[in-house]
Design a protein around this ligand. Structure first.
Ligand code: AMP
Length: 525
């Protein structure tokens, strides 16, 4: 929903005055929190900004966890926060780490609402004839996907979305499996008995208001096509764009969403985390691969640690002092008790909107595969997958999910990728061609860096890369495993690399076939 008091000038003002706004935010936070037990240790009650930079250490979650846990266990908020802590947000813990809990209060929601309102303004500027005038079809996984509501009037939906691309792809996959039943429910006006969630049932019944054979026929006609190419635009013909996060590890879903939507614009609007909302995309029509996020300087106080800092914490810079093209890890000081907290994401500065930097999300820190001396990052893995995209496409295959790990239980160790594949045409029986799969193994290896290829080719310290193809639905099982550990589906991101033996066991039980690269990758001349 749009905040009526905001207009596009707010964005201009916000981004033109980033320096002053950041100063004010820090002052407000320090005044509010100076007497918390945590800050008092370093500032002795002062709210001086110079002292803050000098004395307050840059920390990770483990450093602040004991304080957060004390408040979560019932001690007063002022152990860590000057304002009241009224709730805790849980991170998914699937992007390379353990689950974390972060204290917040209503101000978090208020600030998030502000960014969402600004973001809507930026969107309506680009999708002018009413980008937001109409309905949005959003898939929110707040319960197991079996409760997904459907049957919305089709010709009013102008935007189809989900928080993360993964959820949208899963929703379409779910529809593909259940559309016949969905149509029969719409035709009879009765929701299947196995859907037991009462609120979900009631919500769907309210929309349905009784049998609707016309709607059932239309959905049936579209869903019974052999190919599901363009299914989104066929089901919701007025949809102007797809709205979901598609950067970082979600970029693997770009080809799939382009296929399902007949290449509607895919707009990745926001970058944020449980620690702080960070920024928004002010150029929604750019290619999804080129998405950058403009920092919103009034949300938290942001500093940036250069990736090549070599332990020199003094190299940390303020928001407005980052340099074009350079890589940084954001360090957040928020209103709720995190001070100089390392987020764990790596961003690259891609430009400036007025005086405010814009960032590309590069990858999650420390998510690397390594068998020997090579360090293969999340970004390298995603690039390698891009490399095999054409081969998959020409074989009419879609990659529904993947993850990987470095198997060092044998010598030489090697990279193992788990792939869930699916035929592009829904009615096609999906066949695995050995030749195609071996080629994919080789292409992945070829795109890794020189250190990998040298270790693999010359020194033979890395064994042939392996792809293990898993049964359909395996990545749903993997998600269910992580959710059973306390994660939320809405925030879920399939981990790019896995190191938990329990999670690996979920995958291992579903392996259908294994393929290995047959030749060493070429070296640079
Ligand atoms: P959580 O706190 O569990 O919601 O996860 C937050 C993390 O999700 C961030 O630190 C990022 O690693 C990732 N994330 C959030 N938004 C984006 C985005 N727009 N692009 C890429 N990754 C994102």
């Amino acid at each position: 929903m749009m905040n009526p008091s905001l207009n596009l000038m707010d964005l201009e003002e916000l981004t033109s005055n980033a320096k002053q706004i950041q100063e004010d935010v820090l002052e407000e936070i320090l005044t509010l929190n100076a007497n918390t037990e945590y800050l008092h240790r370093f500032l002795h009650g002062s709210s001086d900004k110079v002292l803050f930079k000098k004395n307050v250490p840059v920390v990770t979650y483990d450093d602040v966890k004991p304080y957060i846990e004390r408040v979560a266990n019932g001690e007063p908020s002022d152990v860590i926060s000057g304002g009241p802590i009224t709730m805790f947000l849980r991170s998914t813990g699937t992007s390379g780490g353990k689950q974390k809990v972060f204290p917040v209060n209503d101000k978090y929601i208020e600030k998030l609402g502000y960014v969402i309102a600004l973001r809507s303004l930026a969107m309506s500027k680009h999708f002018d004839s009413g980008g937001e005038q109409g309905k949005a079809m959003e898939f929110h996984c707040t319960k197991p996907p079996s409760a997904t509501p459907s049957g919305l009037p089709r010709d009013e939906v102008v935007r189809v979305g989900a928080a993360f691309a993964f959820v949208l792809v899963r929703a379409i996959d779910f529809l593909e499996k259940h559309w016949k039943e969905l149509c029969s429910n719409i035709r009879s006006g009765h929701v299947s008995e196995w859907i037991t969630d009462l609120e979900g049932r009631n919500a769907v019944s309210t929309i349905l208001r009784g049998p609707d054979s016309i709607l059932a026929d239309v959905i049936e006609q579209e869903c019974s096509h052999k190919s599901w190419e363009g299914i989104i635009t066929r089901l919701w013909p007025k949809a102007k764009y797809i709205d979901c996060i598609i950067t970082g590890q979600m970029s693997q879903y770009i080809p799939m969403l382009e296929f399902y939507s007949n290449k509607l614009p895919i707009v990745s609007t926001t970058y944020g985390s449980s620690e702080s909302t960070f920024g928004m995309n002010v150029d929604p029509l750019c290619k999804p691969q080129d998405t950058s996020y403009t920092c919103a300087p009034n949300i938290s106080y942001f500093e940036f640690l250069p990736v090549d800092h070599k332990g020199d914490m003094a190299s940390i810079v303020d928001l407005v002092d980052v340099k074009l093209g350079c890589y940084y890890e954001p360090v957040v000081t928020n209103y709720f008790g995190l001070h100089r907290y390392l987020i764990g994401d790596i961003l690259q500065v891609t430009g400036f909107y007025n005086n405010t930097p814009q960032f590309r999300f590069v990858h999650r820190k420390n998510v690397v595969l390594s068998v020997r001396s090579e360090t293969t990052t999340e970004e390298d893995i995603l690039k390698a997958l891009n490399h095999v995209g054409l081969v998959l496409e020409s074989s009419d295959l879609m990659l529904m999910g993947f993850t990987c790990y470095a198997d060092i239980s044998t010598f030489p160790g090697h990279y193992v990728f788990y792939w869930e594949l699916k035929a592009k045409d829904v009615q096609d029986v999906f066949e695995l061609e050995e030749k195609v799969m071996v080629k994919c193994c080789s292409l992945l290896e070829e795109s890794f860096d020189e250190v990998y290829r040298k270790n693999r080719s010359k020194d033979e310290c890395i064994g042939p890369l392996e792809i293990r193809v898993v049964q359909q639905g395996t990545f749903d099982s993997l998600m269910e495993y992580f959710i059973s550990q306390g994660g939320s589906i809405a925030q879920y991101k399939t981990p790019i690399c896995i190191n938990s033996s329990e999670a690996l066991a979920v995958l291992e039980n579903k392996v259908l076939a294994r393929f290995f690269s047959e030749k060493s990758p070429p070296l640079d001349s």
